[in-house]
Ligand binder design. Structure first.
Ligand SMILES: [Zn+2]
Length: 309
């Protein structure tokens, strides 16, 4: 990025020349974090995000450690300058990057602008974004591909799945997505999920399948096979340890059964249930999960969901 100031007339004190639009086209991914997009944009110009912000005359505070650990908040004026530099309309930019806020219409109409500031801040670990599909990222970056980080869709378990390129992620500790071609049921589940309205029982279902997974209940063998296939196809997954694949792949591995359970719980009549209703439900659920039978013990979370008022 270059700015040519030698032949310009003097400006009133405190005024900065607008940076001309950049020559490269770097498109944001849907739900990409602002820190990820800024880092990719800067990398296209062989700059750090801090240097890019400096070039756009945007004041930054906080410590940028880069995605996925940190996010960046842009003031409306900083967003406007980013939109000008990238030649991407503000409405497109703010739709893709949920962290950005557009300038207030009243300011935009009068030409008055606030200050261009940004603030880096750390993400809580549980809210860190996930690595985006690398094939989708390459299509949105000129010359070189820098990893992108996106927020998971709000209406599904905490996962990223690209059905077109069969890549998925369920934990920010994986620096790149996993190849899920050996587990095609994940792609099939995701395609089905996108066509259906969100199950209102999703939180309950996720909590139950997480417990089943951690306690090796009901579907242990099937999930173990899935984990084996994923780790065999993805040798870069960290070996067993604090971030073992057993833990970091959990949301992905349980995904099909979580959605099946959520849909079944959605169909339950209001509590309290009769014994017959409970039996019919468990029989039907076992069928849908391809299990010969399902007989949860008293301490099973599913049983608690069925019996708690
Ligand atoms: Zn993709």
């Amino acid at each position: 990025m270059t700015t040519h100031t030698a032949n310009r007339p003097a400006l009133p004190a405190g005024t900065v020349w607008p940076t001309p639009p950049g020559a490269l086209h770097v498109r944001p991914l849907p739900r990409e974090t602002a820190a990820s997009y800024l880092t990719r944009l800067a990398a296209a110009y062989h700059l750090s995000a801090a240097h890019l912000l400096d070039g756009l005359h945007i004041t930054a505070t906080g410590t940028p450690t880069g995605p996925p650990a940190t996010e960046i908040h842009l003031s409306p004026e900083a967003t406007r300058r980013l939109s000008h530099f990238t030649r991407i309309p503000i409405t497109h930019l703010t739709r893709a990057l949920p962290q950005l806020r557009p300038p207030a219409p009243s300011l935009a109409n009068t030409g008055a602008h606030g200050t261009a500031t940004t603030r880096w801040h750390a993400f809580e670990t549980a809210l860190q974004p996930l690595p985006a599909c690398t094939a989708c990222t390459i299509r949105r970056s000129p010359h070189q591909a820098v990893p992108a980080w996106i927020h998971p869709a709000p209406d599904l378990p905490r996962i990223m799945i690209c059905t077109r390129h069969q890549q998925a992620a369920s934990d920010p500790r994986h620096p790149t997505p996993l190849d899920i071609r050996p587990v095609p049921e994940l792609t099939r589940t995701h395609l089905r999920a996108r066509r259906r309205p969100t199950a209102t029982s999703l939180t309950w279902a996720s909590t139950i399948t997480t417990r089943w997974y951690d306690h090796h209940q009901h579907l242990h063998q099937r999930w173990h096979t899935r984990l084996d296939r994923l780790t065999a196809a993805n040798p870069h997954i960290p070996p067993p340890g604090p971030a073992s694949p057993t833990l970091t792949c959990r949301n992905l591995i349980t995904y099909p059964e979580t959605l099946t359970l959520a849909a079944a719980l959605d169909r339950l009549p209001p509590r309290p249930h009769t014994r017959t209703q409970q039996s019919v439900f468990l029989h039907d659920l076992a069928n849908r999960l391809n299990l010969p039978r399902l007989a949860p013990a008293d301490h099973d979370l599913l049983w608690q969901r069925l019996t708690t008022r």
